[in-house]
Write a protein that binds this ligand. Structure first.
Ligand code: 13P
Length: 257
């Protein structure tokens, strides 16, 4: 089965809304000259303050990218100062929401329970979660990488209907590869992506394992993208630093075509 490839740009805390608009205008021109290949989806995940501007710029230029967010709160509304709900994101035509990024788990104390509740919220508002999982360097060196990924998957995806799990995106992002310039090798990425699929089969059945999309993330560049995308079980890329430049993001989004 050939799954739709999804290349996502996670801007993290970069690009104010002026810079975001310039990015989209440049990306629009690049993708007009050299379009995305068939069967490929690109998503942009700006900061909350840039979402509305990116949405307007994407719609006015008919740029072939979908809007994404980097996080959301688990509740729909309430006394949660500084938070943004999934319901609010859905009203901005957001299609994809990153959930459980390792930076949020590490710096904002997000537990597996919080990540599961956020995933519930994204689904409740008919958007697609991109669930991030991945091990630290210490865990990899101790031989615990698979156990770590397995426990994060089980906590977020266990006891959900097969068709729900099958429609999700899981991003395997080894923490040691994020922002370090040291990407996982394509064989390590493929090994873990295949493992994610086996775990999904165990948790939600074979059909979910076939249809779920697995991204790799961690120091992806235009140079490494094609080899990573050529892996059988890698259906896309979650890109941080290299997604901040429109030329670089467009090259990654088109890689291997
Ligand atoms: P880098 O591509 O900057 O390593 O970031 C990866 C990431 O965390 C994307 O979510």
């Amino acid at each position: 089965m050939s799954r739709q490839v999804i290349v996502s740009g996670n801007w993290k805390m970069h690009h104010n809304h002026y810079e975001a608009i310039q990015f989209v205008q440049k990306l629009a021109a690049l993708l007009r000259t050299s379009p995305l290949p068939a069967g490929r989806q690109a998503t942009l995940h700006p900061t909350f303050t840039s979402l509305r501007s990116v949405q307007a710029a994407v719609e006015s230029d008919a740029v072939p990218v979908l809007l994404g967010a980097q996080d959301c709160h688990a509740e729909d509304r309430g006394a949660y100062t500084g938070e943004v709900s999934a319901e609010m994101l859905s009203k901005l035509n957001v299609s994809y929401v990153i959930v459980g990024h390792s930076e949020r788990r590490a710096y904002c104390g997000e537990t597996d329970e919080v990540v599961r509740a956020k995933l519930d919220a994204v689904l409740r508002h008919s958007m697609t979660p991109i669930l991030c999982v991945g091990e630290t360097l210490e865990q990899r060196q101790a031989g615990d990488a698979f156990a770590k990924v397995s426990s994060e998957l089980a906590a977020a995806l266990g006891k959900r209907p097969s068709e729900v799990v099958g429609a999700l995106v899981v991003a395997y992002e080894p923490i040691w590869a994020i922002g370090t310039g040291q990407s996982a090798s394509s064989s390590d990425a493929e090994e873990m992506a295949a493992y994610v699929r086996r775990e999904v089969a165990r948790l939600a059945g074979g059909e979910a394992a076939v249809s779920i999309r697995v991204q790799y993330g961690g120091s992806v560049t235009p140079e490494s993208a094609a080899e990573l995308l050529a892996c059988d079980n890698v259906d896309g890329l979650l890109v941080g630093g290299a997604s901040l430049d429109a030329d670089s993001f467009a090259a990654i989004a088109r890689a291997g075509s």
